[in-house]
Design a protein. Structure first.
Length: 211
């Protein structure tokens, strides 16, 4: 289910080699990071921005935004930059009515489930359906499983249960553009796959705009 970062880089290089035309870049990207409360969305963003892991939990009130400039030359060899806006959405139910106003104009959704609480993955279906409804179109998304470092000593059929959740998400929330369903396990504590999650979303957006 996971498509590696290098595959997208190779695909982009192939596009560059096929033609002398300039690769189309959307220079302002809006990514929303959604999921239930306490799954680790904020910590994931903070780690991507280069900040240290924090052990205490702070509730996100409504929406928090961050902006980072991405150098595409170091990422994939294109002399250009992208301004990436990261919208961190609160997961608590009391904020749901407010959040709907922030879904429009989303280029990619990163939905986050807690690997130590598989119920949070099933709830991602509702998040994606609501985002699509408010955005009035199918929004590209990828699924990140957080807190891999906590998944120790789980029952023997853990992988089967996780796969069942992912199959449900894939079946009930079709991804547009015939793109692969992407699932990545991450750990903010160990800074594992955090950078790759965001890079894959960026690269996939560029590939999509050049097909």
């Amino acid at each position: 289910m996971k498509k590696k970062n290098d595959t997208y880089k190779d695909e982009l290089r192939g596009l560059l080699n096929q033609s002398r035309r300039k690769v189309k870049i959307k220079r302002n990207l809006k990514f929303i990071i959604a999921g239930e409360g306490a799954v680790g969305k904020t910590t994931m963003i903070q780690r991507y921005l280069g900040r240290p892991f924090r052990t205490h939990y702070l509730v996100t009130l409504g929406v928090q935004t961050s902006t980072i400039s991405i150098d595409l030359e170091s990422l994939v060899g294109i002399k250009d930059t992208v301004q990436l806006q990261l919208w961190d959405l609160a997961g608590q139910p009391q904020f749901r009515n407010v959040l709907k106003y922030y879904y429009k104009g989303t280029d990619e959704t990163i939905v986050v489930g807690d690997l130590s609480r598989l119920s949070t993955f099933v709830q991602l279906i509702g998040w994606l359906n609501t985002i699509n409804k408010q955005n009035m179109k199918k929004t590209p998304f990828l699924v990140a499983g957080s807190k891999l470092d906590l998944v120790t000593g789980f029952e023997q059929d853990y992988e089967a249960k996780l796969n069942e959740c992912l199959v449900k998400i894939k079946a009930q929330t079709r991804s547009p553009f015939n793109e692969d369903f992407i699932f990545m396990r991450t750990s903010s504590l160990n800074n594992y796959n955090i950078k790759d999650v965001f890079e894959i979303a960026i690269l996939r957006n560029i590939v999509r705009n050049n097909r």
